[in-house]
Design a protein around this ligand. Structure first.
Ligand code: PFF
Length: 452
């Protein structure tokens, strides 16, 4: 992306760059950390099947809608709604997006901070152990107390420096090389999974759905995960769409993003669950799951320390490309709607995220007793943003594009430089009008009063 001047809009120079950056936003901790732990607590296969269905039925149509709104208006989430429907208050949906982005940035930075901590521990050879207790002890040691606060601050500071220094271009270039490398490493770990004694059990846990386990909580969890993983429902993809050139084939970019993103999540599952069953751990360990299981996998590999350092470094970079994209939502809003300088917008957004980040970082230690609705700040921020704000944002977007914007707008955007036929267009409009809003509404209503 080339950032010009102070408040001028940037554009992605090439089609590949646009896809790589969009995938860079989508692929991150959501796939490798959040997907396995959500699948673990929600019954494995039952969760997986709902997740995949939501990615294809809701995720791809909504990605197309967000990209079209962004590119068609060349605006942030507020501006996009306002330009398409100036006389109504649709743009208020932008507040949900901004709230969600800041909540996510707060807890995401804590987990990204853990990746830095694990990277450093790998470099110093402290992650090489092989009994279950040791993995758990290390996780507790690194994540409780005041220590995670330091890494959260370091991570947010880095994110800030990248945004303010206009070096997003450098990060994108680096991620164009490093993300494929992450992919290769994941495949290598997957192959290693075949050799584990718990391979069969892990694979059957993940891919064998027990339909009786599909409860409102599983549906909501899978819906939230699909939105979180695709960076959907909060205006992130809309903002990125606003940087697309007219030769970008929106439907193709949406499908590529969704497929690659889901593939990374499935690979993460194939790596984690066989190891969970091989080492006698519980799939329901929650946010700690991946951090407790991965070091085990490394300790069984030749040159485990090197694999581990490389893996956590790449995971850290993947988190950074995601946080840069979520920060962009509030920054473009402040710049374009409030006419702030990019510098001021970046400082204010980062300070808000820092305040939230402090609460989340301490919620495993000194603030673990501070609970709202039975949840710590960390879990609450995650739950409210992923399971409420993002689906609500997606609901509004689908109703808006499906019913309130002239259908010629969407058609025009999808057909631009593309050979998408009538069937694809009809299917897309049908999904946006009926499938997305009805499914989201039913799931949200079904789970009202259901937390956990
Ligand atoms: N999709 C990212 C991940 O899976 O890690 C997280 C994310 C990025 C969520 C950007 C929201 C967002 F706007």
């Amino acid at each position: 992306m080339s950032q010009t001047g102070n408040n001028e809009r940037a554009v992605f120079a090439t089609r590949f760059g646009a896809i790589a950056t969009t995938v860079g936003s989508a692929v991150g901790l959501g796939n490798i950390w959040r997907f396995p732990y959500e699948a673990g607590i929600h019954g494995g296969g039952a969760f997986m099947i709902c997740y995949v269905a939501f990615v294809f039925l809701i995720g791809i149509p909504l990605l197309c809608a967000e990209f079209a709104m962004g590119r068609g208006t060349r605006s942030n989430i507020f501006g996009a709604y306002k330009k398409l429907r100036p006389t109504h208050n649709w743009h208020l949906a932008g507040y949900i997006g901004i709230l969600a982005s800041l909540l996510i940035l707060s807890f995401y930075s804590v987990v990204a901070g853990w990746t830095v901590e694990y990277f450093i521990s790998s470099v110093f050879g402290n992650l090489n152990f092989s009994d279950a207790e040791a993995g758990h002890r290390l996780f507790m040691e690194l994540t409780t107390g005041w220590r995670p606060l330091e890494w959260t601050i370091v991570f947010l500071a880095l994110n800030f420096l990248i945004l303010i220094g206009g070096v997003t271009k450098g990060i994108e270039r680096a991620s164009n090389i490093l993300m494929p490398l992450l992919f290769v490493i994941l495949i290598a770990f997957c192959i290693n999974s075949f050799t584990l004694p718990g391979f069969g059990e892990g694979i059957s846990f993940l891919f064998h759905p027990d339909f009786s386990k599909i409860t409102p909580s599983v549906l909501l969890g899978a819906l939230g995960q699909a939105f979180f993983s695709l960076s959907l429902g909060l205006g992130c993809m809309m903002t990125y769409g606003s940087y697309f050139k007219s030769d970008n084939r929106i439907a193709r970019t949406a499908t590529t993003t969704a497929v690659l993103d889901s593939l990374v999540a499935v690979l993460a599952g194939v790596i984690i669950f066989p190891a969970v069953f091989s080492f006698g751990l519980s799939p329901e360990a929650g946010p700690a799951l991946v951090f407790e299981v991965l070091p085990f996998i490394f300790s069984h590999l030749v040159g485990g320390g090197v694999w581990s350092a490389l893996f956590f470094l790449l995971l850290f970079l993947a988190s950074l490309t995601s946080t840069v994209s979520m920060s962009e939502i509030s920054i473009t809003y402040f710049c374009e709607e409030k006419k702030w300088s990019r510098r001021k917008a970046t400082i204010v957004s980062s300070l808000i995220a820092l305040a939230g980040g402090v609460l989340c970082a301490l919620s495993f230690g000194p603030l673990s007793h501070m609970k709202i609705f039975g949840m710590t700040a960390f879990s609450l921020f995650d739950y409210v943003s992923s399971n409420i704000c993002l689906p609500v944002g997606g609901f509004v977007c689908s109703i808006f594009v499906g019913w309130f914007v002239d259908v010629r707008f969407l058609r025009g955007q999808i057909k631009m430089h593309s050979t998408a036929g009538r069937f694809v267009l009809r299917l897309l409009v049908f999904c946006l009008r009926w499938i997305c809003p009805m499914a989201i509404l039913l799931i949200l209503l079904n789970s009202v009063g259901f937390i956990g």
